[in-house]
Design a protein around this ligand. Structure first.
Ligand SMILES: *[C@@H]1O[C@H](CO)[C@@H](O)[C@H](O)[C@H]1NC(C)=O
Ligand SMILES: *[C@@H]1O[C@H](CO)[C@@H](O)[C@H](O)[C@H]1NC(C)=O
Ligand SMILES: *[C@@H]1O[C@H](CO)[C@@H](O)[C@H](O)[C@H]1NC(C)=O
Ligand SMILES: *[C@@H]1O[C@H](CO)[C@@H](O)[C@H](O)[C@H]1NC(C)=O
Ligand SMILES: *[C@@H]1O[C@H](CO)[C@@H](O)[C@H](O)[C@H]1NC(C)=O
Length: 432
C-alpha cells in the first residue's frame, strides 16, 4: 500500500476553453418498459433457465433474445442463476432486460470476453425493477492466483438510445463495465464493487452524448473514466468509495475528446481525484469542466499529466512527488486557456504542499497567464498553510478497509446518496 498525500479538494472549477460541455440531446431508451412489455415478455424460465444456481442461464437469455430482441422484455425473475455461456446480444431493437435475479459466474468457464455483451442496435434498457439485480463475477477465484487477464462483466458497444440502471456489478475478474462507441446513453443508480487491485476498472466509457450519474465504485483502478473518442458527456454524483479515481486516459495517437463535464465527484481513498494521462501521441482534448470535487485520503488530487509514464518509477509519498495540483503539458504543444478557480486543497497529514506547472497557460494555481506566449517554463509553488475557506465534508459511510482479492466479495445494496448534499436524479427503481 502506497503512502499518500492526504489532501482535500473542495469545489474545484477547471475550465478549458470557454464553452461548457454538456449533453447534446436526449439520452436513454426511446420506448418505455411498459410499452415493451405490451409487445412481449420472454421469461428466461420458459427458455431453459432454472433459478437453482446450477443450470446455465446464458443460452436461455440468448434464446429469449431470439423472441424478444426486436421488441419485448427478457425477464430474469428473482432467484440465483449460474452463467456458463457468455451472453452476446447483437443488433437488438426496442428491447429490455429486466434482471431481478442474481447471476453468478460459473468458475469453470475459461473464455475471456464479456460475460454480458450488448452490441449494435438501439432502444435498449438493462435494469432491475427491485434494484436488487446483480452480476457476481467471483473474480477472486482468478485474483487469488495472481491472474488478472480474465472475463469482463458488462459491455455496451455501438448501441444508441439505451440505459443501464439499478443493478450491481460485483467482483469482476477484469473490468466491470465498458462502454464503447455508444451514443445517447444513460447510466445511473448503480453500485460497482470489485477487488482491491489495479486492472479491475469500474466504468470505462467512450462515445457521444452520455449521462452517467449516481454511481458508486469500489475497486483500485478506474472509477468513471473517459477514453478517447468521447464527446458531450455529463458525469455527475459519482462516489469513488475506495477506488482508483476518475480519469481521462490513456490518451495516445488520434486523441479526440470534447465537451466533458464532471460534477459532484466525491473521492475517498483513491489514487487520484482526477487525472488526465498521456505521454506522446497526438490529437486534442478541449472544453472540459470539472466542478465540485471533494476528496480525502487520495494520492493525487488534480493531475493533468503529459509525462505520465515517467511517474511509474517515482516512489511518491509526499506533497512534493505527488503534488495536489500538477499541470504538465508538452513543450511543443502547451496547454492553453486553463482556469483553476475556487480550489482549496490542504494536506491532512503534513504541513506543506506543492503545486507544479509546466508549459500550461491560464489562471490559477501555478499557471502562467500569458497564453499568447509559447515560451516553455516549469514552476513549483510551495504552500505552507491551509487556504482560507478550506473545508470539506466526508460521506457518512466511507469504506474503512478494502475488499481484498482472495475472498468472495458481498453484493452491495445500491446507495441513495453519492455526493454530500446532492440528491440522486432518480429514485431507486426498487423504492416505489
Ligand atoms: C451460486 O453459485 C456460485 C458458483 O458456484 C457460488 O459462488 C455462489 O455462492 C452461489 N450463490 C448462492 C447464493 O448460493
Ligand atoms: C449488426 O448490424 C451491423 C450493421 O448494420 C451489421 O454489419 C452486422 O452484420 C449485424 N450483426 C448481426 C450479428 O446481425
Ligand atoms: C460449472 O459448470 C460445470 C459444468 O456444468 C459444472 O460441472 C460445475 O460444477 C459448475 N461450476 C460451478 C462453480 O458451479
Ligand atoms: C473529433 O470528433 C468529432 C466528433 O465526432 C469530429 O467531428 C471531428 O472530425 C473529430 N476530429 C478529428 C481530428 O478526428
Ligand atoms: C462505501 O462502501 C462500503 C463498502 O462497500 C459500504 O459499506 C458503505 O456503505 C459505502 N458507503 C455508502 C455511503 O454507501
Amino acid at each position: 500500500m502506497q503512502s499518500k498525500t492526504f489532501s482535500v479538494l473542495s469545489s474545484c472549477l477547471l475550465l478549458i476553453a470557454t464553452v461548457q460541455g454538456q449533453l447534446s440531446g436526449s439520452v436513454g431508451p426511446s420506448t418505455s418498459i411498459s410499452d415493451k412489455k405490451a409487445v412481449k415478455t420472454c421469461n428466461v424460465l420458459d427458455y431453459g433457465a432454472t433459478n437453482d444456481n446450477k443450470t446455465d442461464v446464458g443460452q436461455p437469455i440468448m434464446n429469449a433474445f431470439e423472441d424478444c430482441g426486436s421488441g419485448g422484455v427478457i425477464y430474469i425473475p428473482e432467484g440465483d442463476y449460474l452463467i456458463q455461456e457468455w451472453v452476446s446480444l447483437r443488433n437488438g431493437t426496442a428491447f429490455a432486460i429486466q434482471l431481478d435475479g442474481v447471476i453468478y459466474r460459473n468458475g469453470t468457464t475459461t473464455s475471456q470476453g464479456y460475460m454480458f455483451g450488448i452490441s449494435g442496435g438501439s432502444d435498449f434498457e438493462l435494469y432491475s425493477s427491485t434494484s436488487k439485480g446483480a452480476i457476481q463475477g467471483s473474480g477472486y477465484l482468478y485474483h487469488m492466483n495472481g491472474e488478472f487477464t480474465a472475463p469482463r462483466l458488462l459491455h455496451i458497444s455501438d448501441v444508441s438510445h439505451w440505459s443501464v440502471h439499478d443493478i450491481a456489478l460485483v467482483d469482476a475478474p477484469m473490468f466491470h463495465f465498458v462502454i464503447d462507441d455508444a451514443s445517447n446513453g444513460e447510466v445511473y443508480n448503480m453500485a460497482i464493487r470489485g477487488g482491491n487491485s489495479g486492472g479491475l476498472d469500474g466504468i470505462d466509457v467512450s462515445g457521444d452524448n452520455i449521462w452517467i450519474h449516481d454511481v458508486m465504485v469500489t475497486n483500485k483502478d478506474e472509477c468513471v473514466t473517459v477514453k478517447t473518442g468521447s464527446h458531450n458527456f455529463q458525469i455527475e454524483n459519482i462516489y469513488c468509495n475506495w477506488s482508483g479515481g476518475c480519469a481521462m486516459d490513456s490518451l495516445g495517437s488520434g486523441t479526440n475528446v470534447s465537451n466533458i463535464v464532471y460534477r459532484n465527484i466525491y473521492t475517498w481513498n483513491s489514487n487520484q481525484m482526477y487525472m488526465i494521462k498521456s505521454n506522446g501521441g497526438d490529437g486534442e482534448v478541449s472544453n472540459l469542466l470539472f466542478e465540485n470535487f471533494i476528496g480525502h485520503g487520495n494520492a493525487y488530487s488534480l493531475d493533468l499529466d503529459s509525462e505520465w509514464s515517467s511517474m511509474d518509477t517515482v516512489d511518491g509519498d509526499d506533497g512534493e512527488s505527488r503534488p495536489p495540483i500538477r499541470v504538465i503539458c508538452p513543450e511543443a504543444i502547451p496547454c492553453t486557456d486553463i482556469t483553476i478557480e475556487d480550489v482549496d486543497l490542504w494536506t491532512e497529514e503534513g504541513d506543506s504542499e506543492t503545486y507544479v506547472c509546466k508549459n500550461a497557460f491560464g489562471s490559477g494555481a501555478c499557471l502562467k497567464s500569458d497564453s499568447s506566449s509559447t515560451a516553455t517554463y516549469a514552476t513549483t509553488t510551495t504552500v505552507t498553510s491551509a487556504p482560507s475557506g478550506y473545508s470539506a465534508t466526508t460521506m457518512a459511510a466511507d469504506l474503512t478497509s478494502a475488499f481484498g482479492t482472495d475472498a468472495s466479495i458481498p453484493i452491495p445494496t445500491i446507495p441513495t446518496s453519492f455526493y454530500p448534499g446532492a440528491t440522486p436524479y432518480s429514485a431507486l427503481a426498487g423504492s416505489s
